[in-house]
Design a binder for this molecule. Structure first.
Ligand code: BDP
Length: 604
């Protein structure tokens, strides 16, 4: 799926701004609100999460449908062009109406979808209505629990608890755009760059939609370097281009070529599109994670798309600052915990040379464990009850379709903390891992991130994946306050994994301690800045002893909002930065460690 850009043949209009907004108590669709202009609305920023900026409990905690509406005017210059409405993300489900007519629906809150609008109508103005639903249950990703209760004196109380540890922000959270293409157009581009001993090789595949098949169309492919010089050319829908004097895409030292595809009809330019492409190889071999054939060490974070005011809403300034802060610390990578992040951020990571583990929204896929409450029950197997499988396939397909060409993406994470210790996990995940491998033209490694109950004895999925990803909190949830014991327990678990999966690389995808900025004690005590630093230190002492340990992602980059529960005081405080991006002491400590660890050859 191509990201909308301006080219000689394409235009993009950003539909961001103030939209009309309204909560729905359940009558909206029945009463066909889409037929008329919405009434009794309030202004709402798009993109943004609606929850915090509505400034009312009713809006913040609303469960169900919300309505967004805007009117657009299509400029005359776009008459006869193909017009596409592109919604960057509508969390979690959306139905789209244009002038009261239903045109599209989409499930899944973290991936884009498109709908073609008719452009030949005489009507320049169009009313766009989007109904967004934020309910999460055992068929959605992420997973939630939906409950209704009759309470005396109140009536029906609706509860929708996340089965995960972040606030269920919702709405039109990413950019909405209207873009144009000619009627015959480039539909998709698939790029497989290879790094060879004396240069590079790019395999490409361009898919097109042509107005008439009889006409003579020719697809021309060009590879252009950062100076704008054409370094290779090809013809036809697919082919290979070789590049001499190759500049590689390296972590923290990115070099991006531009792959330009053009459809020509004789001398006439029909459509053209430009896709950035970095040449780098990725491979798991001999217990190592190789980028450009060199053993890479992941230093960085599990993150969230989360900031004050906009919530999970797209925030370009925050994105720029976060990646700059990571570079300041000597970090080289992050995981898109726990959903695919915006396309704009992925393009920025390509450019900044930040390595990304790209994760699906499969979080909370465990019906006996709640990351929000810490509760663990043992009822029937998760896998006989959960209804996420088909949607899980869809989000994997769509995430790979969107992100397949990104140089920054070096690994796919199929899920976070699913019930991988329960019977049935292997059967659930085997087809999903196979699908990931089949769909990714660049054959990137695959991981499934596991939690503490997925021990070396019980885990069912380790054999399916290339890298073991552990979320482990020894010294926090386990052995709270006992860092000396925590260190022994962690070392013992890693040793048991080395035995169970000899030679398989492992990394810590989460480890962290809640820390209130400004809390200090002489004797490191939980929640103080001293404890967070010491907690990280004992973890690092263990990591450094394991030869096949390929990386450390601290949980979390910054403090973030969660739902209310007894474990969270105004959100999750495991950030190395506060939610406002001020450093805690640990940021300085990590900076010392990471700037002293090279990106390559740390463990050899
Ligand atoms: C893990 C989850 C993460 C939580 C974290 C925590 O993967 O989403 O925020 O623990 O408890 O269970 O801080």
């Amino acid at each position: 799926m191509l990201y909308p850009i301006f080219t000689e043949t394409r235009g993009v209009l950003n539909l961001g701004g103030i939209w009309e907004f309204k909560l729905d108590d359940g009558r909206g669709l029945k009463d066909k609100w889409f037929e008329q202009k919405l009434t009794d609305t309030i202004p709402m920023a798009v993109p943004a999460s609606f929850n915090d900026i509505g400034v009312s409990g009713e809006i913040k905690n609303h469960v169900g449908d919300v309505w967004y509406e805007t009117e657009i005017t299509i400029p005359k210059v776009y008459k006869n062009e193909r017009l596409v409405l592109r919604i960057g993300a509508a969390t979690h489900k959306a139905s789209v109406y244009v002038d009261g007519v239903f045109v599209a629906e989409h499930k899944g809150g973290f991936l884009p979808f498109e709908v073609e609008l008719s452009s030949d109508s005489e009507k320049a103005k169009r009313r766009i209505t989007i109904v967004v639903n934020n309910i999460i249950d055992d068929s959605t990703l992420p997973v939630g629990v939906y409950e209704e209760e009759e309470v005396e004196g109140i009536g029906k109380v609706v509860r929708n608890m996340p089965n995960f540890d972040f606030f269920n922000y919702a709405g039109l959270q990413r950019p909405i755009k209207l873009y144009t293409t000619p009627r015959s157009y480039i539909k998709d581009i698939e790029l497989v760059p290879q790094v060879t001993t004396d240069g590079g090789l790019l395999s490409y595949r361009v898919s097109t939609v042509l107005e008439s098949v009889e006409e003579d169309y020719l697809v021309v492919a060009q590879l252009i370097d950062e100076e704008g010089k054409n370094v290779a050319t090809g013809e036809g829908l697919q082919g290979e281009m070789s590049v001499s004097d190759l500049r590689r895409w390296e972590p923290l030292n990115a070099y991006l070529y531009t792959f330009k595809a053009t459809i020509m009809k004789g001398e006439q330019l029909i459509d053209t599109y430009e896709e950035p492409i970095g040449f780098r190889s990725v491979e798991v071999r001999d217990g190592k994670f190789l980028i450009n054939d060199k053993p890479f060490y992941f230093k960085g974070f599990g993150k969230h798309e989360d900031s004050p005011i906009a919530g999970r809403g797209f925030n370009e300034a925050v994105n720029v600052m976060d990646l700059r802060l990571m570079k300041w610390m000597g970090a080289n990578s992050f995981r898109t915990a726990h959903y695919p992040y915006s396309e704009e951020l992925m393009r920025l990571a390509d450019r900044e040379g930040i390595v990304v583990i790209d994760e699906t929204p499969a979080v909370g896929v465990h019906l006996n464990f709640s990351a929000a409450s810490g509760g663990f029950t043992k009822e029937d197997s998760t896998w006989s009850r959960i209804k996420t499988f088909d949607h899980h396939k869809d989000v994997l397909n769509d995430m790979i379709a969107r992100d397949k060409n990104h140089a920054c993406v070096v690994m796919w994470s199929v899920a976070n903390e699913a019930a991988t210790e329960e019977e049935g996990a292997y059967e659930y995940f085997k087809p999903l891992v196979e699908l990931t491998r089949e769909r990714d033209p660049q054959s990137r490694p695959v991981m499934i991130v596991t939690f503490i109950k997925s021990t070396p004895e019980l885990d069912k999925i380790a054999d399916l994946i290339d890298v073991l990803g552990f979320n482990r909190y020894y010294g926090w949830y386990e052995n709270s306050g006992e860092l000396d014991v925590a260190k022994v327990r962690l070392a013992a678990e890693l040793a048991a994994w080395e035995k169970r999966c000899p030679g398989k690389p492992m990394m810590m995808t989460e480890y962290g301690a809640d820390t209130i900025a400004g809390y200090h004690e002489i004797v490191p005590t939980m929640f103080t800045e001293e404890y967070q630093s010491d907690y990280l230190k004992i973890n690092h002492e263990v990591f450094d002893q394991v030869p096949t340990f390929i990386g450390e992602h601290v949980w979390n980059f910054a403090d973030f909002a969660t739902s209310q529960n007894v474990r969270r005081v105004n959100g999750n405080k495991k950030g190395v930065f506060t939610r406002e991006r001020k450093p805690k002491n640990a940021a300085h400590e990590l900076r010392k460690r990471w700037t002293a660890i090279d990106d390559f050859y740390y463990k050899t």
